[in-house]
Write a protein that binds this ligand. Structure first.
Ligand SMILES: Cc1cc2nc3c(=O)[nH]c(=O)nc-3n(C[C@H](O)[C@H](O)[C@H](O)COP(=O)(O)O)c2cc1C
Length: 164
């Protein structure tokens, strides 16, 4: 099983969140191959296309996903993500800063690609993710546990759906 965490990040918050998500996946499912992919660099398309799940992360810019992630979606129409599990996370300055709308935008792009969209919510988990995972403010490390739990929940769903 392979999982790609594809993210955009200008000042490091979303990148840190992506790393916490990777940690959460590997702590619970060490057999999964996880790749962090920065949209500003060359994304390894073969690994992405072999992934059973793709987790997208972006900073919130004016209540939307950031332009770098939007650009990646708009440029990736030839990349086949059909049937893969998809989930989203954002980092933002404030709770009222448009985190839901930014996550929904990413989920809509995943739907348009024919992905199976998942919020990350697990009824048995203490952490609930109604749309996806969110980290706020400059002290992103405060959200480490939540992002780790989110990664584990998405990985659990991927294993349920696709096997090891
Ligand atoms: C151009 C721009 C627009 C932003 N718009 C919002 C916003 O609408 N709502 C919000 O809560 N934070 C907003 N922010 C704050 C970022 O979402 C936040 O600092 C984020 O964690 C940055 O992620 P990064 O460190 O991965 O680049 C904005 C930041 C920038 C640079």
């Amino acid at each position: 099983m392979k999982i790609t965490i594809l993210y955009a990040s200008q000042t490091g918050n979303t990148e840190a969140a992506a790393e916490y998500i990777q940690d959460g996946i590997l702590a619970r499912y060490p057999f999964i191959q996880v790749k962090l992919a920065d949209v500003r660099e060359d994304v390894e398309i073969s690994f992405l296309e072999q992934s059973d799940a793709v987790i997208f992360g972006s900073p919130v810019y004016f209540t939307s996903m950031g332009w770098e992630m939007k650009k990646w979606f708009d440029n990736s129409f030839r990349i086949d993500l059909h049937g893969k599990l998809g989930a989203a996370f954002v980092t933002a300055q404030s709770a009222a800063g448009g985190t839901d709308t930014a996550i929904m935008e990413m989920l809509r792009h995943m739907l348009a690609k024919g992905m199976l969209v998942f919020s990350g919510t697990d009824p048995k988990s203490a952490q609930k993710f109604q749309l996806g995972a969110v980290g706020l403010g400059k002290d992103i490390e405060q959200y480490a546990e939540q992002f780790e739990a989110f990664g584990a929940c998405v990985a659990q769903k991927a294993v349920q759906l696709f096997g090891k």
